[in-house]
Design a protein around this ligand. Structure first.
Ligand code: GLN
Length: 502
């Protein structure tokens, strides 16, 4: 049978649907892999072996009784970021304040996965409330990068990206507020897409910054990511910002791209995302990828997006402002942790003690920055200014997309850094998202696809591809074409990760 954990989601689905293997065997193979390696990787906060096997059994029974597969991914296992509500598993958001909280309902993403017959293996580690770029802000300890266990797997969705790179799951779900799908994808050599804002429902996704948060698919190949995208995307009346329009045809685009012809596609290279602060090996891999796109027939154009340089400061006002409001709900009364409720204290005191004990330093820092930026007297100077910058960034995108079909840049300025290296320097940590944040502020689609290894450290580099809103399929086409060219001769990129052993 070979090692089932090495197969792509599309390959696994084909084997399960043709009854060559059972969904239970596939789930068990991944549960065994988790048991063998997750002690070292720590991608998962919670593994639900029983639930996964039950879901797999249900898929097998349906197929055995002659039913058509519930979706193209029926029977394929998945790792779910612990920021999505699951009624049968804890949902902690990597925070002590939600320790042990089991939601009374499923997020729309969770529900769609179940309805599609996708087998949820468990919940993945993340920076607390998705604030961070390394998964070191998790209250439950860091996740390690399978390419080098002393390095970070990116963040906030480092658990999901590490689960993919360690072959613990062929599919994962992340959320991307400022880069938390794409940056972890880049540093673990996996694929991650941030759909157009409103493309995937936020219902049951614990809110960090509501105008930026977007759930999205992660995989080891572009096609797998596209297949998952179509399972989770689409209008949801339970989310008022969900777009009521057909899902962009990302699977068809991935298949079209795999034919390897980009003739007539105009690719814009963002001039602002290069130079100082970028690791030479990252730039070299990026430029080689651009040349590969040119060889595939794409027209390469340099494009200037002058306001992108202000995206980071604008984001670090808008995101904390929204988080200071969203996280007010953790009041010690409704969910999870409660500290000091001994009958002698007021509700306010219990709330203060609980928030003091339950939130980590980065979350507190952001609540304070956000509260300050929104306070009367400072609102116009900080939050108002940041919103104006946001408009300018959207205009830069609009002008660029008049000239080109997609924009490209490195996903991150550097490869995976060492655990501990940036924990005491929030600014250095924030710079990890320099290239990813503009797409969140403008709400358009963007993804990261591995584009080789940096020569100085042998670690994965990500190519970011950005597309206009609701034109998500464009980036999948380009990514799929690039992927085929990249792997020609060399084999699948993810297979080049060092073996963790069993
Ligand atoms: N690293 C960024 C932050 O800390 C982005 C996080 C995210 O996308 N959730 O806010």
């Amino acid at each position: 049978m070979g090692d089932l954990t090495r197969l792509t989601a599309a390959e696994l689905a084909a084997k399960v649907h043709s009854r060559e293997v059972s969904a239970v065997e596939v789930a068990q193979a991944h549960l065994d892999r988790i048991a063998a390696v997750d002690g070292r990787v720590h991608a998962f906060l919670h593994v639900d072996a029983e639930g996964a096997l039950a879901a797999a059994r249900a898929v097998d029974e349906a197929l055995d009784s002659g039913e058509a597969p519930a979706s193209p991914l029926a029977g394929v296992p998945l790792a779910l970021k612990d920021v999505f509500a699951t009624r049968d598993m804890p949902t902690t958001c990597g925070s002590k304040i939600l320790d042990g909280w089991v939601p009374p309902y499923d997020a729309t993403v969770t529900r769609r996965l179940r309805e599609a017959g996708v087998v949820i293996l468990g919940k993945t580690n993340m920076d607390e409330f998705a604030m961070g770029s390394s998964t070191e802000n998790s209250a439950y300890g860091p996740t390690r990068n399978p390419w080098d266990l002393d390095r970070i797997p990116g963040g906030s969705g480092g658990g999901s990206s590490a689960a993919l790179a360690a072959f613990e799951a062929p599919l994962a779900i992340g959320t991307d507020t400022g880069g938390s799908i794409r940056q972890p994808g880049a540093v673990t050599g996996t694929v991650g897409a941030k759909p157009t804002y409103g493309g995937v429902s936020r219902y049951g996704l614990v809110a960090f910054s509501s105008s930026l948060d977007q759930g999205g698919p992660c995989g080891r190949t572009v096609l797998d990511t596209a297949l998952l995208h179509e399972v989770i995307a689409g209008h949801d009346p339970l989310d008022s910002t969900s777009i009521d329009a057909p899902v962009p045809p990302v699977v068809a685009a991935a298949r079209e791209g795999a034919a390897g012809d980009l003739t007539g596609v105009r690719v814009g290279v963002v001039r602002e995302f290069a130079g100082e602060g970028y690791q030479p090996g990252v730039l070299a891999a990026f430029h080689a990828a651009v040349e590969q796109l040119r060889a595939l027939g794409a027209e390469i154009v340099e494009v200037s997006c002058p306001h992108f340089t202000y995206a980071l400061p604008a984001y670090y006002l808008i995101a904390p402002s929204e988080c200071s409001s969203n996280l007010a709900r953790f009041d010690a009364m409704r969910y999870g942790l409660r500290v000091g409720d001994d009958g002698s204290r007021s509700a306010e005191d219990v709330m203060a003690l609980t928030r003091e004990a339950g939130f980590g330093p980065e979350v507190k820092r952001r609540i304070m920055i956000g509260t300050y930026a929104l306070s009367s007297g400072y609102y116009d100077a900080y939050y108002g200014q940041a919103q104006k910058v946001r408009t300018l960034i959207s205009r830069d995108f609009a002008a660029a997309f008049e000239r080109v079909d997609v924009l490209v840049s490195p996903t991150t300025p550097t490869t995976a850094f060492r655990i501990g290296e940036r924990v005491d320097d929030p600014m250095a940590m924030y710079l990890s998202d320099l290239c990813t944040i503009p797409a969140n502020l403008a709400g358009n689609a963007a993804m990261s696809v591995p584009c080789g290894l940096a020569e100085e450290d042998g670690l994965p580099v990500g190519l970011q591809i950005m597309a206009p809103a609701m034109r998500d399929h464009r980036m999948y086409r380009v990514a799929a074409a690039y992927e085929v060219a990249r792997d020609a001769g060399a084999g699948r990129f993810a297979d080049r990760a060092p073996e963790l052993g069993a």
